[in-house]
Design a protein around this ligand. Structure first.
Ligand SMILES: Cc1ncc(C[n+]2csc(CCOP(=O)(O)OP(=O)(O)O)c2C)c(N)n1
Length: 512
């Protein structure tokens, strides 16, 4: 069948079941925009290329499908690359498709010519440039398979625009070519034997099991074996406030299985465990050996209860904590009010930013969570929330973000309004890049803290300017009604809350 290269791309994406393409237009990819019409491929046009990748990332994490971002060559591609790092660290299946200068002009100074695959490679599982229109479909299928296979992650494909315009005689890949073969049982029962013999075993999973499906699997494993199963996906590692005082019990474990979890900085490269603790690293087949756990008998002990209590630990005084009536609000009080929106089926919590993001993770629980993840990169909250609303349209989606973080992708309120994506963004406004300010206070002292102030800006009005709903909260009594109005607004909303400039919590049980 004779097809234009761009039609191969659009039809192949449609055949793979792609529900949304997150994109920002540009010369090199306009043929794909054109081809998307006939292929009935829905495009979500965003305001910055990094937002397209962040949306594809959240889509990948929430649905397990490869999230597709489509951007133009050169500067558009360069803008997109920074966001790949977050997807890589979060082990999210993303395919970044970038337009590219034409092959027949390379080396001669073509418009926006750039070594794109080389630029993306450090933040990708694989990155390459398509060499022939004939292989466009195959290359795309391969990229989608690679993004999802094994430990998921981003894959980049640069598509020279002369190939997108070329007419070739080629068949599209078959539907099954876009999906990895089901994982073979990799590890064997050995891991289970070691766990069975341990007194204080732990299973620590990496971010790829941090989605609802992964957490359900781990919950079942924990129920069967009474081996505590924990996901670590925060840049604060064992000090992740959503894990309470886990650090205290971690040192008591005698066997730790790292299931697709790296022994990296988040575990202090292994120093988080006792010296004589046996650490097993299991890279593949995790789901299979977890599923086989039911075949064995498992002893009961108080260890699971002890670990669960450590994770659930929050300072007792938080319960009665109230902010001064005139404000600013304490982040715990913000969390308490926001939790009501998340106590709903399929609700999604997005947490991003410095200290406020950590407060959010310490105080809030939801069936789905999308956080900036081990990359520790701030800024993705609004694109994440938009993609979450596309993935789970009937759900409450709440994004908690710092005021500094708001600025990275504030124009995504335009995308949210245009695409009718009604999430609630709660901005913790302390007029500061507080996480870095806290570093200055700790490391250099108050007299040398400088350069990190922000204006106490009206982010709610910025959102209103894009047609979203805005709320401004100065006093504690205003918060609950503002959240309620925001949730009922029927469109994206920004609740701008003036908060105290506090360091994120790090728990010790003696604080109880
Ligand atoms: C892309 C990126 N740039 C810079 C940083 C460094 N950084 C981490 S937290 C933070 C401050 C965030 O400020 P804000 O969003 O206002 O949250 P707050 O800490 O004030 O609660 C900065 C600059 C980062 N992690 N990622």
């Amino acid at each position: 069948m004779k097809l234009r290269g761009a039609d191969i791309v659009a039809r192949a994406l449609a055949r793979a079941g792609t529900r949304h393409v997150f994109t920002l237009s540009g010369n090199h990819i306009m043929p794909v925009f054109d081809a998307a019409l006939d292929a009935r491929l829905p495009l979500v046009h965003v305001r910055h290329e990094a937002a397209a990748v962040h949306m594809a990332d959240a889509w990948g994490r929430l649905t397990g499908e490869a999230g597709i971002a489509l951007v133009t060559g050169g500067p558009g591609h360069a803008n997109a690359v920074s966001a790949l790092y977050t997807a890589l660290a979060a082990e999210s299946p993303v395919v970044l498709l970038s337009g590219h200068a034409p092959l027949n002009e390379l080396g001669k100074g073509a418009f926006q010519e750039m070594a794109q695959a080389e630029m993306a490679a450090p933040a990708c599982k694989a990155a390459w440039t398509v060499r022939s229109a004939q292989t466009l479909g195959e290359d795309l299928a391969c990229a989608m398979r690679m993004a999802k296979a094994g430990r998921p992650g981003p894959v980049h494909l640069s598509m020279p625009c002369d190939l997108l315009e070329a007419q070739v005689d080629v068949d599209l890949p078959a539907k099954e070519d876009f999906f990895p073969e089901s994982m073979l049982p990799g590890a064997n029962d050995e891991v289970l034997d070691v766990l069975q013999r341990a007194r204080k075993p732990l299973l620590i999973a990496g971010p790829a099991l941090g989605n609802a499906r992964g957490r359900a699997l781990l919950g079942k494993f924990e129920e069967t074996t009474r081996v505590p199963a924990i996901v670590m996906e925060s840049p604060r590692g064992v000090n992740d406030p959503s894990l309470g005082v886990l650090a205290e019990v971690l040192a008591a474990a005698d066997v730790v299985v790292l299931a697709g979890k790296r022994r990296d900085f988040t575990l202090r490269f292994g120093a988080a465990f006792a010296k004589d603790c046996k650490v097993l690293e299991v890279e593949s087949g995790t789901e299979h050996w977890i599923a086989r756990a039911g075949r064995k008998n498992w002893a009961k002990s108080g260890w699971l209860t002890e670990v669960r209590a450590a994770i659930a630990f929050r300072p007792a005084q938080w319960k009665g904590l109230v902010s001064p009536p005139g404000g600013p609000l304490h982040p715990v009080e913000v969390g308490r009010a926001v939790q009501k929106l998340l106590d709903a089926p399929q609700a999604v919590l997005v947490a991003d930013g410095g200290e406020f993001g950590q407060w959010a993770q310490a105080t809030l629980a939801a069936p789905h969570r999308v956080i900036n993840g081990p990359a520790g990169s701030i800024g993705a909250a609004l694109p994440f929330a938009a993609a979450a609303k596309l993935a789970l349209p009937g759900s409450n989606v709440v994004a908690m973000l710092g005021d500094g973080t708001f600025g990275f992708h504030s124009s995504e309120f335009d995308t949210a309004v245009r695409c009718a994506l009604g999430y609630v963004a709660v901005v913790g406004n302390d007029a500061c890049w507080n996480a870095e300010y806290q570093i200055q206070l700790r490391s250099y002292g108050a007299a040398r803290a400088h350069g990190l102030d922000l204006l106490p800006a009206r982010y709610d009005r910025v959102a209103e300017g894009f047609g979203a709903h805005g709320e401004y909260v100065e006093r504690p009594a205003e918060l609950a009604p503002a959240l309620d109005r925001a949730a009922r607004a029927g469109r994206a909303a920004c609740v701008n809350v003036l908060i105290e400039r506090l360091p994120a919590p790090v728990f010790r049980r003696q604080d109880a």
